[in-house]
Design a protein around this ligand. Structure first.
Ligand SMILES: *[C@@H]1O[C@H](CO)[C@@H](O)[C@H](O)[C@H]1NC(C)=O
Ligand SMILES: *[C@@H]1O[C@H](CO)[C@@H](O)[C@H](O)[C@H]1NC(C)=O
Length: 232
C-alpha cells in the first residue's frame, strides 16, 4: 500500500495544512440497493467477477481494496481514481504509481456491467462494491454498500479526505504487503539524532530490520502491512 511513500506523506501534510473542502457531489443521497430497478444484477455481476479474480489471484483482493482507498483519497469516493492525468493536472489518481497495478481487477467488472446496463453504474460504485466483495472473500467481513455515487470529472491532487476519513481508511489497509523500499528511512536513517524512528515500537522495528536490508540494498522484499492480519 506504500503507506510510507513520499507521496503519501506529502499528501498527509497537505491534508493537515488545507482543511478539506468536501465536494457537493458527495452529499447526494446514497442508498443500499440504488440499482435495484435500473440494473438489478449490478452487485451480483461485480461480486462474481471479483470472486473469480480472487480465485485466480489473491492479490486482486488487496488491489481492489487499495483502489477504493485511493479513489476516496481525493474529494471522496467518486471514481476519480480512474481519471487520467492531463498536462495541467499531472498527478491525477489514475497515474499515481501505486494505483496502476490495481486497475486490472476493475476492468473486467466494468466491461460486464457496460454490457448488461450501459452507462448506468458509476465507476465509483463499482469500486465500492468490489472493495466490499474483496473484504468478504478474503476476510469474511460483510457490509451493505450504499450506492448512487456519481463519477467526478476532475481529480486534483491537492484535495483530500478529512482526518476521520483518513484514519478510517488507513485502518482498513490491514491486508496486503509493502515493499521495504518504501520505509528504509524509518529503520536506518531517521534523522541526525535517531537512526530509527523513535515513534516505532522498538521490537517491531528490530523485526523489520531482520527482513529489510539496510541501504544500499540489493533486494527489496515485501512485508505484511499488518503483521497480525493473516491474509497476505
Ligand atoms: C444489509 O441490508 C439488508 C436489508 O436491510 C439486511 O437484511 C442485511 O442483514 C444487511 N447486511 C449486512 C451485512 O449488514
Ligand atoms: C529527530 O526526530 C525526533 C523525533 O521526531 C525529534 O524530536 C528530533 O528533534 C529530531 N532531531 C533532529 C536533529 O532533527
Amino acid at each position: 500500500m506504500d503507506i510510507d511513500s513520499p507521496r503519501f506523506l506529502q499528501t498527509i501534510s497537505t491534508l493537515v495544512l488545507i482543511l478539506v473542502s468536501v465536494s457537493s457531489l458527495a452529499s447526494t443521497s446514497l442508498k443500499v440497493g440504488f440499482y435495484t430497478s435500473t440494473c438489478p444484477s449490478a452487485e451480483e455481476i461485480v461480486r462474481s467477477v471479483v470472486n473469480k479474480g480472487i480465485y485466480e489471484n489473491h492479490g486482486i483482493a488487496v488491489g481492489l481494496i487499495r483502489l477504493h482507498f485511493h479513489d476516496c483519497f481525493i474529494r471522496g469516493c467518486e471514481g476519480f481514481v480512474l481519471l487520467a492525468s492531463t498536462p495541467g493536472n499531472p498527478i491525477a489518481e489514475r497515474d499515481h504509481f501505486s494505483n496502476n497495478p490495481s486497475l486490472r481487477g476493475f476492468e473486467e467488472a466494468k466491461i460486464q456491467l457496460e454490457a448488461a446496463c450501459p452507462r448506468t453504474v458509476s465507476c465509483a460504485d463499482i469500486l465500492a462494491f468490489a472493495a466490499r466483495d474483496s473484504a468478504l472473500k478474503v476476510g469474511g467481513i460483510n457490509y451493505n454498500v450504499t450506492s448512487g455515487r456519481r463519477d467526478g470529472r476532475v481529480s486534483i491532487a491537492d484535495e483530500g479526505l478529512s482526518a476521520d476519513e483518513m484514519v478510517t481508511l488507513s485502518g482498513a489497509h490491514s491486508i496486503g504487503v509493502s515493499h521495504c523500499s518504501t520505509f528504509p528511512k524509518r529503520l536506518y536513517s531517521f534523522n541526525d539524532t535517531f537512526k530509527q524512528d523513535p515513534s516505532m515500537d522498538s521490537f517491531y522495528a528490530e523485526t523489520l530490520m531482520t527482513k529489510c536490508p539496510a541501504p544500499p540494498a540489493t533486494s527489496d522484499p515485501t512485508l505484511s502491512l499488518d503483521p497480525s492480519t493473516l491474509v497476505r
